[in-house]
Design a protein around this ligand. Structure first.
Ligand code: TYD
Length: 230
């Protein structure tokens, strides 16, 4: 890791159609607006505003794969069309890792170094869930790829939106990439993998994604705020 980290890093994980991007957008808006609702005068906001920076600079949102020039091209190559053939599993692992290395270097680390709150849609845990538990690539290889990509940078908080895959795929509707075409069993392994990882506790917050969006946002917000109380 390079230098002290002053910011806070929050990631959002889950299977297809779990509602990560909606939740992330709601939390980002709330942070930028200064807490809102019941959270006015929150520690998070006073920390962010005390740094006297533009709100956009202090609340950074991103998604994986993507978020950089290289990441968006890799995303397009993998997920750009519903007809794309699934790549070799190890090639897939390395493409996700390459996109991650770029976003860590270009976006996440610099933002944390300037004290921002970084909210990222998917991160290293997606690779553990999809490429290890889903595809069956051995854990050591997945961990090694993640270690290269992240340089050891892990989230302070990971919000897992847990949903039965059948329900998630129903929500997604039209298939837009080859991963959504994977059999239900694949998605069940991904879900079980996430839950197994979250058993470790610590940085994980597991939410039942069948709850209403407002309930999910409230629960996640409490945990995000707590990061700034330490
Ligand atoms: P995306 O369209 O962003 O889906 P979602 O809205 O569910 O996040 O597609 C990302 C897909 O890539 C998703 O199926 C999960 C998969 N993925 C991996 O398999 N490994 C990874 O490391 C990452 C980041 C994503």
């Amino acid at each position: 890791m390079s230098g002290p980290r002053q910011g806070r890093f929050v990631t959002f994980e889950g299977g297809e159609g779990a509602g990560k991007s909606t939740l992330l957008a709601t939390l980002a808006e709330r942070a930028r607006e200064g807490g809102g609702g019941s959270a006015g005068g929150s520690p998070l906001i006073s920390v962010l505003t005390a740094r006297a920076r533009a709100a956009d600079d202090q609340v950074v949102t991103c998604r994986e794969p993507g978020g950089t020039w290289l990441g968006e091209r890799l995303r397009e190559a993998l997920l750009g069309a519903p007809s794309t053939e699934p790549p070799d599993a190890r090639a897939e692992l390395l493409v996700f890792a390459a996109a991650r290395a770029q976003i860590v270097a270009e976006v996440i680390r610099p933002a944390l170094d300037r004290g921002a709150l970084v909210l990222c849609d998917r991160y290293a845990d997606s690779t553990v869930a999809y490429q290890h538990y889903g595809r069956g690539i051995e854990r050591e290889a997945v961990d090694a790829a993640n270690a290269v990509a992240t340089g050891g940078l892990m989230p302070d908080l990971t919000v897992l939106l847990d949903l039965p895959p059948f329900e998630g795929l129903r929500r997604v509707g039209l298939v837009t990439d080859y991963l959504e075409r994977e059999p239900l069993d694949f998605h069940r392994r991904v879900r079980a993998g996430y839950l197994a990882e979250a058993e470790a506790g610590g940085r994980w917050l597991v939410l039942d994604a069948t709850q209403p969006p407002d309930t999910l946002a409230e629960a996640a917000w409490v945990s995000v705020e707590r990061l700034f109380q330490a």
